[in-house]
Structure formats: structure tokens, C-alpha cells
Design a protein around this ligand. Structure first.
Ligand code: NAG
Ligand code: NAG
Ligand code: NAG
Ligand code: NAG
Ligand code: NAG
Ligand code: NAG
Length: 485
């Protein structure tokens, strides 16, 4: 019976006589209120750590290399990602997925002159960063160290936890390595700058999942992190870099630990030294904002269980594109994050999981498979650009909506349809000074990857368009033309 097709969108319909089905269908109206503002967006991105960047950097087929870079960073043909999260190496070697350090040798103590040797590759990440910066205009290159080099730590090993020597509770015979590690991180920024990737509005971090000691990483509690933040901040100040380089902390495995660490950082009066608070959500997320004035990034998440899928929607599985469109929606609206990053942009086929957005073979003919997770990111990242301010939306039935005012004055409205059938929406923008005269929409669903679709604009500026079943559609009202002279 046809009427059931509307059950998810208009629940009342099932109670109405079926002749009503012949009447013109009412579009539900989403109202955007430009006067009610929330967080400022830094953008969307992913990581290329653990030598995954080499899949792009080493690609001998230059057409495929460009295709991969376009998929990730191009705002017309790809996802238009605006944040790159690199791993700052701490490993003495480059075996398997180790990220090599540029200070592999203990110079003989924390006060000895460090012996840096920069290889100009940074595990393939420098090339990807240069492309992102120069070709696609990405301005947020975030370097994050999973660990300090082993000789700076209590366990004399870059892996298996251990703590930076010199922070509270971590006394080492080898001395206090805090300043040496801070110098190391600042030197990393300088190497990137010299290679044409000025870390302009970017950041460095010094931890990854510090509550967790797998075969990699460095442990830290909040008090220890706060202690090092002060050393690192002073080092950036001495290098006159605080206006260009921010500090991010602490990449916790889950939101709960990150909140605890943030509270310790606040108690130690180090919150104001942070450019952003970063957390993963593997062991738990949040449905409300973190209590901080600093922008918050959900800086890593993925589906680690697989198997690999390129599906848009098939019941809501953890790796499906529609699931990620919704994950981003929840983080941007309920948690009010300013940045949202997937784990890896690219990865080889094994393991057969969804920890990557694009699967790339390491051997010729270098097959490439693009997941719908990438296109879910595209719907946000292409249109919600760095500096955009989220504004309020209300209304709409069978849809979730969110809206943003970009720095260039354009307005992006992201609409996720939650039902199993198509519906029509109208979008009214209030609180602005300009009436929309044109708009474009892009739809992603099972059969479209950010495909342009029609949207009509009434004389009063109201947009009318349709949203496909379980789709994400982004409406963009372009920058208003300057008033006629
Ligand atoms: C990429 O090339 C580097 C040498 O520049 C090599 O060490 C590395 O193993 C290669 N990685 C991949 C994934 O091909
Ligand atoms: C992005 O993709 C468009 C369309 O394919 C292309 O014209 C453009 O050159 C690409 N590169 C950049 C940097 O935009
Ligand atoms: C510090 O950096 C700013 C720009 O970031 C520059 O204008 C200023 O001259 C620098 N000061 C010194 C002492 O280098
Ligand atoms: C949307 O509106 C169009 C034209 O007004 C109409 O033909 C179509 O049936 C409507 N679709 C839905 C799902 O209501
Ligand atoms: C947005 O997601 C839809 C899937 O609903 C996809 O078809 C579309 O291509 C995406 N839009 C962009 C601009 O990437
Ligand atoms: C947009 O509308 C035009 C004219 O009505 C039609 O030819 C075209 O197929 C439509 N495009 C889409 C993507 O629906």
C-alpha cells in the first residue's frame, strides 16, 4: 500500500484516509536562524600516520596519485578535507608501519646538543602535506607525536607506554628530557616551514591515547600533560611561534578520560595555553559539549571491526557512509565539535576493516576503492569551510538539519533524511540581511556521490528541494553579490 511509503516521514499519514494521498504533498520547512550562533568550525580531516601517506607519496602512477589527492582534498571533485593529522615520528627505524624519528640517537643526555637528521620524507607525510597546502589550500597541518623518542622516557622505549622523563612522578636517571622534547617538537615545525608548509593556523600535539599502552605510545595523566604543556608553550614563545602554532591535547582514547585530563589541565592553569582539546571516542563519546572555551576536535574515530565496505546504507552498519554522515552530525550538533577527523585517509587492503576511507593496493595496477564514508565527509567538508560558524536550525520532519555561515558569507545547510522514503523540504533563512536568489544542492545516497541536484528559490528567498531516502543533501546559498551601485 502506497501510504506506507510515508510512514517514516509523516507518521500521522497512516491515520488519514487514503484519498489524501492524491493531494499535493506539503514540504516540511526547516528554518535557519542566522542570529543564533554556536561553535566556529575548524574543519574535517583524517590522518596519514603509520606510513599510510606512502601509498600516495610512492605511487608511481601519477594519474592515480592525483586522483587520490583530488579525492581527499579537492573541493569540487573530492571530499575537500581541510585538516591533515600527521604522526610525528619517534621510532628508531621505518620497519612495518613505524614512523621514524629525526633524533634517533641519544646525544648523551638532555642538555647535550641534539643530533637531528631530517630525511625530507617524514614517512611520506611531508609530500601529502605539501600537496594539501600548495595545491588545495589546506591550512591546518596538525602534527601529533604518539611518543617521545624512547631515550627520553622512563621505559627507554618509544613503545609500551612509559612516561616523559621529568614530568611529575617520572624521575629518570638519564635526567629531565622535557625541554629536549619541546625543542624536538618545535624543530619539527621548523622543518615543515622550511619545506614550504608553514604551520600557519596549525597545531602540534605530544600524546596519543595516553591512558592506553598498546605496542606504541606514551602514557600521561592530566597533571603530567599540563606540566609539559607549560614547557612546550614557553618554548613556542621563545621561538616567537605562539601566534602561528597552537598546542593540541590529549588525543584520549575516549571522551571520559579526556574530560578528566582537561580538568587537571584547568587546575594547573594551563587551559589557556591550548589551541584545541582533542579526543577519540573508541571507549566512549559524549552527547554534550565539553566544558571548555577551547575548540574541541573529535580527532580520530573509525570502524575497526570491518569488513571493508563501500556501502552507503544497508541497515546502519558501523562502516556505512550514512552512519558516518550521522556520526558527524551528532558530533557537530550535540557535542559541538569544531573539528572532526577520520582515522586513516588511505590504507592497504589488510586488515580488511574500515579504518581507512580509501583502500589502495600497494602493487600494480594499484587498485583504488573509495568508500561512501569519504562521500559522507564530502557533504560536510566541501561546504562547511574552516572558520564557518554553526547557526541554529529548527523544524523539518523526517530530517535532521544543521547550518553554517561561512567566512565568505555563503550559507551551507546540511540535511540528513532519516526515513526510508523521499521527502520535500523548504528552507527559510531568517536573521540575515540578504535574500537568497540562487542555491545549489548536492546529494549523496546509494547511487550518488555528491551529485548536484535541482533546488528552486522563491522570490522571498525560500529554497525548495527534495531529499532522497536515507541520504545527505547539502544546500549551498552562495556568497551574496555586492549591492548594485
Ligand atoms: C615508500 O618509499 C619509501 C622510500 O622512500 C620506502 O621506505 C617505503 O617502504 C615505501 N612505502 C610504501 C608503502 O610503498
Ligand atoms: C579539482 O577538481 C576539478 C574538477 O575535476 C579540477 O578542475 C581542478 O583542477 C582540481 N584541482 C584543484 C586544485 O581544484
Ligand atoms: C614574531 O612573529 C611575528 C609574526 O608572527 C613578527 O611580526 C615579529 O616580527 C616576530 N618577532 C620577532 C622578534 O621575531
Ligand atoms: C515533491 O514535490 C514534487 C513537486 O511539487 C511532487 O511531484 C513530489 O511528489 C513531491 N515528493 C514527495 C516525496 O512528497
Ligand atoms: C553527499 O552525500 C551524498 C549521499 O547522500 C552523495 O551522493 C553526494 O555525492 C555527497 N555530496 C558531496 C558534495 O560530496
Ligand atoms: C534539473 O532540472 C532540469 C530542468 O527541469 C532537468 O532537466 C534536470 O534533469 C534536473 N537535474 C537533476 C539533477 O535533477
Amino acid at each position: 500500500m502506497k501510504i506506507f511509503a510515508f510512514a517514516g516521514v509523516l507518521p500521522l499519514a497512516t491515520a488519514l484516509p487514503s484519498w489524501l494521498d492524491l493531494a499535493p504533498r506539503q514540504a516540511s520547512t526547516i528554518t535557519v536562524d542566522l542570529t543564533k550562533t554556536y561553535q566556529t568550525m575548524d574543519g574535517f580531516g583524517c590522518s596519514f600516520a603509520f606510513q599510510r601517506a606512502n601509498l600516495i607519496t610512492n605511487m608511481s602512477d601519477k594519474t592515480k596519485q592525483r586522483y587520490l589527492l583530488d579525492l581527499l582534498f579537492n573541493t569540487t571533485s573530492g571530499a575537500g578535507l581541510s585538516i591533515v593529522r600527521n604522526g610525528i615520528g619517534s621510532s628508531p627505524d621505518s620497519s612495518s608501519d613505524h614512523m621514524n624519528t629525526f633524533a634517533p640517537k641519544n646525544p648523551g643526555g638532555p642538555k647535550a646538543t641534539p643530533q637531528y637528521s631530517w630525511d625530507g620524507k617524514d614517512s611520506g607525510q611531508l609530500f601529502v602535506s605539501q600537496e594539501a597546502y600548495n595545491t588545495y589550500g589546506v591550512r591546518q597541518i596538525y602534527g601529533d607525536a604518539w611518543s617521545a623518542p624512547g631515550y627520553m622516557k622512563t621505559n627507554n622505549n618509544e613503545n609500551n607506554g612509559g612516561t616523559l622523563c621529568g614530568v611529575p612522578g617520572a624521575n629518570c636517571q638519564s635526567g629531565d628530557w622535557r625541554q629536549a622534547f619541546a625543542d624536538y617538537l618545535v624543530q619539527y615545525v621548523k622543518y615543515y616551514g622550511e619545506a614550504g608548509v608553514p604551520i600557519t593556523r596549525s597545531s602540534i600535539g605530544f600524546l596519543n591515547e595516553p591512558e592506553f599502552s598498546p605496542g606504541y605510545g606514551m602514557n600521561s595523566n592530566g597533571a603530567q600533560a599540563a606540566d609539559f604543556i607549560k614547557v612546550l608553550y614557553a618554548t613556542l614563545q621563545a621561538a616567537n611561534l605562539t601566534s602561528q602554532v597552537g598546542i593540541g591535547c590529549c588525543e584520549s582514547e575516549g571522551w571520559g578520560n579526556q574530560v578528566n585530563m582537561l580538568n587537571s589541565i584547568k587546575s594547573a592553569n594551563a587551559e589557556s595555553m591550548l589551541a584545541m582539546v582533542t579526543s577519540h571516542t573508541y571507549t566512549g563519546g559524549s552527547n554534550s559539549p565539553m566544558n571548555t572555551k577551547v575548540p574541541v576536535w573529535l580527532s580520530e574515530q573509525c570502524d575497526l571491526n570491518g569488513g571493508w565496505t563501500t556501502t552507503w546504507y544497508s541497515g546502519g552498519g558501523a562502516g556505512e557512509g550514512y552512519t558516518w554522515a550521522n556520526n558527524i552530525y551528532n558530533a557537530v550538533t550535540a557535542t559541538q565539535v569544531s573539528g572532526y577527523l577520520y582515522w586513516e585517509g588511505v590504507q592497504w587492503p589488510s586488515p580488511n576493516t574500515n579504518e581507512k576511507m580509501i583502500k589502495v593496493d600497494q602493487q600494480s595496477p594499484y587498485n583504488i576503492e573509495v568508500s561512501k564514508r569519504l562521500w559522507a565527509f564530502a557533504n560536510w567538508s566541501r561546504f562547511v569551510r574552516p572558520g564557518a560558524i554553526r547557526v541554529a536550525t529548527s523544524g523539518g520532519s523526517g530530517v535532521k538539519s544543521t547550518a553554517f555561515k561561512n567566512v565568505d558569507g555563503s550559507i551551507a545547510v546540511v540535511v540528513i533524511s532519516t526515513g526510508g522514503s523521499a521527502s520535500n523540504v523548504s528552507i527559510k533563512v531568517s536573521g540575515g540581511t540578504v535574500t537568497a536568489t540562487q542555491a545549489t544542492a548536492w546529494v549523496t545516497d546509494a547511487s550518488h556521490d555528491c551529485a548536484a541536484t535541482n533546488v528552486s528559490v522563491a522570490a522571498d528567498g525560500t529554497l525548495s528541494g527534495s531529499v532522497a531516502a536515507r541520504s545527505i543533501t547539502t544546500y549551498l546559498i552562495p556568497t551574496p553579490a555586492p549591492p548594485a551601485a
